[in-house]
Write a protein that binds this ligand. Structure first.
Ligand code: 3HC
Length: 347
């Protein structure tokens, strides 16, 4: 298990459960372990990078697998709400852009699964956790895309929030994750701009199109604010994640940056953000904003959002339908290997 269970500290196992048998280390082994831990701590303190073959504490490895696999799942499940509109895009141009964008998200998922695999977990394990509902993925993808404007709003706000959260991950202490994020952020930045541009075109259209954009903004705004995760006081993983240089900026600080960056963009677009408490606070030099519905957020995270069941069922079906591709790829790889072996034997 590499989801919620990863939060369990390396502490004594509960009395009722099976006892964890810890290997007894010799004095030399203990000293080697202490040296490895000091070397790891020094690297983290110096803002260096940890690479797959470096020694790392088990809890650091588990935290990374938890976060990177959740992130990968989010990219893959994130293809579904927009994929829904590929066959109904209003023009060939918009259809081509949307196909490319959804394909990019699939690619992001694959880079991230590869990054998680360097930590010793298999793709099959990660996919199994997703398909059996044990793994988390971003709450935002459990809401429906009701109109074409939702596609633009996902680009502008959802990808905008994703970039805000993901730019700091380019400086994550784990090398493969940080490097994957550099490429992902470049592509996400294009996604955000195309969403904004698509909405801008609609806002310059007729009253019905403008109302469609405003309606989509009304439905997505609060979900995007919640997407940054629980308030810092309730964020169970933040302190350790920041100590290890995995997480660089807290959930609340990123949320605030997103609000401050988005308000002027909404003005340019001509839409109203649906929050009567949203106003500039001269003293703080930031915007104040209203209350997020955290009960609704947790219900969605825990599987009871409007589309959780549909998303998971679609994902499982896509995986099952793709079995023949995996079988064919494996058969081809086996054939190639046999051919190579025969050539080597003949030489
Ligand atoms: N949806 C679902 N679960 C969420 C969540 C959200 N929006 N925000 C937080 N959670 C979960 C956490 O995963 C954690 O669960 P766990 O302990 O069982 O694993 C729990 O709520 C407590 O939250 P914490 O703040 O303690 O957790 P983290 O310190 O890990 O912070 C995070 C959460 C900010 C999402 C962080 O994990 C992160 O930065 N992850 C990488 C980025 C990512 O996954 N983004 C998802 C969106 S990707 C995307 O949008 C695709 C793009 O194409 C649009």
């Amino acid at each position: 298990m590499y989801t919620q269970s990863f939060n369990v500290p390396d502490a004594p196992v509960a009395a009722a459960g099976p006892r964890e048998i810890k290997p007894v280390l010799t004095q030399e082994q203990q000293q080697a372990m202490d040296r490895a831990q000091s070397q790891f701590d020094r690297l983290i303190d110096a803002d260096g990078k940890i690479e797959p073959k470096d020694w790392m504490p088990e809890a650091y490895r588990k935290t990374l697998v938890r976060q990177i696999s959740q992130h990968a799942h989010s990219e893959i499940v994130g293809m579904l709400p927009e994929g829904n509109w590929i066959s109904r895009a209003p023009s060939l141009k918009r259809k081509a852009i949307l196909i490319a964008k959804v394909q990019d998200e699939g690619g992001h998922g694959l880079y991230l699964y590869s990054a998680a695999e360097t930590l010793g977990t298999s793709r099959d394990q990660m996919l199994d956790a997703l398909h059996t509902g044990r793994a988390k993925y971003s709450s935002i993808f459990n809401y429906p895309t009701l109109t074409w404007a939702d596609v633009g709003v996902i680009g502008w706000l959802v990808d905008g929030a994703a970039i805000m959260n993901q730019i700091p991950l380019c400086r994550c202490s784990y090398g493969p994750y940080a490097r994957a994020m550099v490429r992902i952020c470049k592509e996400e930045s294009f996604h955000q701009r195309q969403g904004f541009e698509s909405l801008m075109v609609m806002m310059q259209g007729n009253a019905e199109q403008q109302a469609m954009v405003q309606d989509a903004v009304n439905r997505w705004w609060w979900k995007c604010l919640a997407m940054f995760g629980p308030p810092d006081a309730d964020s169970t993983n933040s302190t350790q994640g920041m100590r290890w240089g995995i997480k660089r900026i807290s959930n609340d600080d990123l949320r605030q940056k997103f609000v401050d960056a988005t308000v002027p963009q909404a003005k340019v677009l001509g839409v109203t953000l649906p929050d009567s408490d949203l106003k500039w606070n001269e003293t703080r030099g930031q915007h104040d904003y209203g209350q997020i519905d955290w009960d609704e957020f947790w219900a969605t995270v825990n599987g009871n959002g409007p589309c959780n069941k549909e998303r998971l069922a679609t994902r499982v079906k896509a995986h099952e339908d793709g079995q023949w591709v995996r079988d064919a790829a494996l058969a081809y790889a086996r054939k190639q290997q046999q051919r190579l072996q025969q050539q080597q034997e003949a030489a």
